[in-house]
Design a protein around this ligand. Structure first.
Ligand code: ASP
Ligand code: MG
Length: 322
């Protein structure tokens, strides 16, 4: 749910990134990316997670609505076999169904297409195609998810420091080890501290990553109807970077979910499977999240634009040669 995080870049930096015939120092970014992905996947498998491969076309996907940070210019729908399908904005619906049917602890490297508004090219923090490291765990609570991501992110940074010291130095990147557990702060507290603009300011105010909780957004995140509090969270990175993870404890009760889907003005038929399972009492409570892989790698290498870690950068507003 990032607003304008400002690692701002200009048009000449963007054109340079879009040249399909030169990778320059980005070759190093890709090597770091390999270490990061391996470290995170190894940790997850060691913790007993099952690994699933993604779907990319489906009748339904994450509505990305309502989300105060969403800025989607276009939603992609197409027809296959006489049916309308959408490209994945996130696999949240699929994760909720899968976790309820059997596998109780899994991860997916899931490509997402989000056609961000073109002015977001300049934030340095948005892409129109990216990949999430999605995790979902049956019966888990917020803190269980915090511990999982703290562990895999720390392992990744430790490995990069161990194995890629020279490369980091060549990039001029002074990377510090992470020191979990990270601080947890509610959005309400941040509004008190920094005002409504907290999301833009926070990444410049913190020294370590911070979990932000209680963010009003999509129906699938759990909301306590008595207090109004949302049991969801984003992880913010320091040094001006910003949001790198979004996740939540999930809604699982039929009436409540239906009321929220209607409240948000969404189409009930898009969430039929979720609602059917919930009605039959088969939708398990769970918690999970997704980490923006390109963003995490961009932070590690100290990139100015997150597109620098993609061989073919997907920068909002720009369709490159390849
Ligand atoms: N991946 C997120 C989740 O698990 C949803 C999102 O993509 O924002 O909640
Ligand atoms: Mg979301």
């Amino acid at each position: 749910m990032v607003l304008e995080t400002s690692r701002r870049v200009d048009d000449s930096a963007i054109s340079e990134l879009l040249r399909a015939d030169s990778l320059g120092k980005r070759l190093v970014h890709f090597k770091v990316g390999t270490v990061v992905l391996k470290a995170m996947v190894d940790e997850l498998i060691e913790m007993g997670f099952e690994w699933f491969l993604p779907v990319m076309l489906s009748r339904t996907t994450d509505p990305l609505w309502p989300d105060p940070g969403a800025s989607i210019e276009k939603r992609i729908e197409l027809e296959i076999y006489g049916e309308r399908v959408r490209t994945m904005q996130s696999m949240i619906v699929h994760k909720r169904v899968l976790v309820s049917l059997g596998p109780e602890k899994f991860f997916i490297l899931s490509p997402n297409i989000r056609i961000e508004k073109r002015e977001r090219a300049y934030t340095g923090w948005h892409l129109y195609e990216f990949t999430q490291l999605e995790v979902e765990m049956a019966y888990a609570k917020m803190h269980d998810v915090f511990r999982v991501y703290e562990r895999i992110m720390s392992a990744a940074i430790r490995k990069v420091k161990e194995e890629m010291g020279e490369e980091l130095e060549a990039l001029g990147r002074r990377l510090r080890e992470l020191r979990p557990p990270f601080e947890v702060v509610s959005r309400r507290e941040l509004v008190r501290r920094y005002g409504e603009d907290w999301e833009r300011r926070l990444p410049y105010e913190i020294e370590e990553p911070v979990w932000v909780t209680d963010i009003p957004r999509e129906f699938y995140d759990y909301q306590d109807f008595e207090t109004g509090e949302w049991r969801n969270y984003d992880l913010f990175l320091p040094e001006g970077y910003g949001e790198v993870i979004s996740g939540a404890e999930r809604e699982y009760e039929y009436e409540k979910m239906l009321a929220k889907i209607k409240r948000d003005g969404l189409r009930v038929e898009d969430f039929e499977v979720l609602l059917r399972l919930a009605k039959e009492g088969k939708l398990k409570p769970s918690a999970g999240a997704g980490l923006g892989i390109e963003r995490f790698i961009a932070y590690i290498v100290g990139a100015k634009h997150v597109g620098e870690v993609q061989p073919f950068p997907r920068i909002p507003g720009h369709v490159g040669e390849l």
